[in-house]
Design a protein around this ligand. Structure first.
Ligand code: DC
Length: 229
């Protein structure tokens, strides 16, 4: 990574557990700053979805690894919103179910899967100003990101938000189920050996538990504007 590259593009990394509001906030902010929003969770979801679709057990690490050479994963933008394509098929709408959330978490613990998706994420930041959200953006994917934010909120608040989102989409589930899934995903994502969810040393911590969306967006915007100068 040359210094010239660093001068040319600006990256804002937003990491944190699921349901902290990363994608909603990052999307709004990207629009304001005219940056490209990159949702990296969608990439892990796409792999998890393909594993489920091919009937590969989520415990079968070798089976999931063997699937990777068959997959061509691409990010495209349509009307300003990110779409994820696998072998030319747009899977963006199919990867938002609770089953795919759990599958994404499972496949994301495999180093081979993380390696497989690394260049795609870095390439996005090489050629665009990005706001990228995920779990390891500030620590692994873009360690030189100009701004690093670690966004969090209590598990109860995050589960409540996610439950309302799923309810709105008509996905049948209960708050208790969402909370249990979220606690399991939090635990697995932060305890895996490969790129566990953790704040980068130079990340700014923002807790959105007691903030509404406007409050959270303003808090993050202030941090980003200060850092970008
Ligand atoms: O952000 P999300 O809920 O769509 O992410 C789905 C899963 O993918 C999540 O359980 C953890 C994993 N993930 C990851 O390991 N690294 C990232 N950069 C983004 C997501």
């Amino acid at each position: 990574m040359s210094d010239k590259w660093k001068e040319q593009t600006v990256a804002v990394a937003i990491d944190g557990p699921s349901g902290a509001g990363k994608s909603t906030i990052a999307k709004l902010l990207a629009k304001e700053l005219q940056f490209i929003y990159v949702d990296t969770g969608a990439l892990y979801r796409a792999i998890g979805y393909m594993a489920l679709r091919r009937g590969i057990s989520l415990q079968d690490a070798a089976g999931i690894e063997a699937l990777l050479p068959d997959l061509r994963v691409e990010i495209r933008y349509m009307d300003g919103s990110q779409r994820v394509l696998v072998n030319g098929e747009d899977v963006s709408d199919k990867i938002r179910t609770p089953d795919v959330s759990m599958a994404a978490s499972a496949v994301s613990s495999l180093p081979a899967v993380r390696r497989f998706l690394l260049d795609l994420q870095r390439d996005m930041a090489k050629t665009n100003n990005v706001i990228m959200d995920g779990r390891d953006i500030g620590t692994v994917v873009l360690p030189d990101a100009r701004v690093k934010i670690f966004l969090t909120a209590s598990a109860e608040v995050r589960a409540r938000r996610r439950f309302e989102e799923l309810k709105e989409k008509g996905v049948p589930t209960t708050y208790d189920e969402v909370l249990a899934d979220m606690e399991k995903r939090d635990y697995d994502d932060s305890h895996r050996a490969a790129a566990p969810l953790k704040a980068a040393e130079d990340a700014i911590l923002v807790d959105t538990s007691s903030l509404d969306l406007d409050g959270a967006v303003s808090a993050i915007k202030a941090v980003v504007e200060k850092a970008l100068g």
